[in-house]
Design a protein around this ligand. Sequence first.
Ligand code: HEC
Ligand code: HEC
Length: 362
Amino acid sequence: MKIQFAIIALVSAALLVKSCKKDDLINKQATTPTPYVIEKTQGMPPLALPADNPLSNEGVLLGRMLFYDPIVSLDSTVACVSCHRQDKAFTDGLRYGKGIRGQILGRNSMPLYNLMWQKKFFWDGRSKSLREQVLIPIQAHNEMDMNLYDLAIKLNNSNRYHTVFQKAFPGQSISPATISKALEQFLVTLISFNAPIDQLHTNHDTLAVIGPEALRGLKLFMQPKENGGADCFHCHSNIPFFGNNSASGSMANNGLDLNFTDKGFGSVTGKDQDNGKFKIPALRNVGVTAPYMHDGRFATLEEVLDFYSSGIQLNSPNLDVNILAHGAQLNLSEQQKSDIVAFLHTLTDQSFLTNPAFKSPF
Ligand code: HEC
Ligand code: HEC
C-alpha cells in the first residue's frame, strides 16, 4: 500500500511540473505585483480603496512616474506636476493653471490629498471617480492635449514604460484603462493626516498642542454665529477631513458673486438652483495652497477671512442656507480673523509636503 501511494505521489508531482512549465513559473514569480501597504495612522478613517484596482508597489510607482513625466502631454512639455506640486499640497501657486503652449485655464489648480474618500472631483464636481477624472486633463486641449490611444502608443514605444507596465499589470496592454488605473493608484496614496491638529489624538491638552491663538480660532471656526462664532463648521468641519465629502452636500455657494461668470455645479446639472455652487474644499494644508477659491481670486488667507467677515454677497442667488441664515455679515474683529488664520495653519502637514514617497521618481 505504502509503495502504491509513493508511486501515485511521484506520478502526480511529475504531472504537476509538466503542466506548469518552468518558464511560466519564473515569469509568474517575476511579474506578480507586490501589495502596497498603506500605513494606518491614528485618526485615519477606514480605507476606501477601489475594489477592482488593488494597490501594488509596481502600480503605485508606475502612476507616480506618469504623474511626473511630461511624456503624457502631446509635445512632452506638461506633466501633472506642472500644476500639482508637492510642496504646495499639489497646487501650483498660480491664480489659474497653465497648460500646454502656455494656455491659461479658467480655474485654480486643486490640491491633491485624501482623494480616496471623496465622491466628486473638480470645482464643479463633474467627475465621480478618480479613474475617470485623471483622463480628463490628459485629453483637455488646454492642459495636455493628448489623445489616449496615441499616448498608449507613445508609452509602448518607450522601453522604460513597457517593462514597468508589465510589472504593474501583468498580461495587460498599455491602454487608457491601465494608464488611468496606475494614476488612480498613485493618487490614492497621497494621504495627509499628520498636521499639528492631529496630535490631539494622543495629547488632549489642546492649548499646549496648538497654542492660544489657534485655540481661539478653532472655537470660532466650530461655533455658530448666534454663539459668537464664525460658523465655518457647517461646511468645512467633516472631521477628520476638514472638508465636506458627503455625496449630496458637497457643493455650495458661499456668496462670492452676485452674477456668475462660472456657473460651477449648475453647468454640470443644467439646473438654475445649482448655479454658483462649487465643491466645498477640504482645508487641510490650506496654509500652502494660495491663491484661493475656484478662480484664485484671493491671494492670502487674510483676504479669505476679510471676505467671510464682510464681503459676502448676501443677495447672491442660491446662497447656502447656512450663510443666508446669518442675515448679515459676520463682522469679525481683526483679532478674530487672525485667530482663525492661526487655526488654519495648524492643518498644515509638513510630513505630507516632504514625504519622499510622493517625490519625482526620476
Ligand atoms: C495645466 C494645469 C493642470 C494639469 C497639467 C493637470 N491638472 Fe489637475 N487640475 C487642474 C485644475 C485647474 C483643476 C480644477 C479644474 C476644474 O475644476 O475644472 C484640477 C483638478 C484636478 C483633480 C481634482 C481634485 C479634486 O479635489 O476634485 C485631480 C484629481 C487632478 N487635477 C489630477 C491631475 C492629474 C492626475 C493630472 C495629470 C494627468 C493633472 N491633474 C494635470 C490643473 C491641472
Ligand atoms: C456655506 C458653506 C460654507 C461656509 C459656511 C464656509 N465656507 Fe469656506 N468655502 C465654501 C465653498 C463652497 C468654497 C469654495 C468656493 C469657490 O471656490 O467658489 C470655500 C472656500 C474656502 C476657502 C478656500 C479654499 C481653497 O482651497 O481655495 C477657505 C480658506 C475657506 N473656505 C475658509 C472658510 C472659513 C474660515 C469659514 C468660516 C469663516 C468658511 N470657509 C465658511 C463653503 C463654505
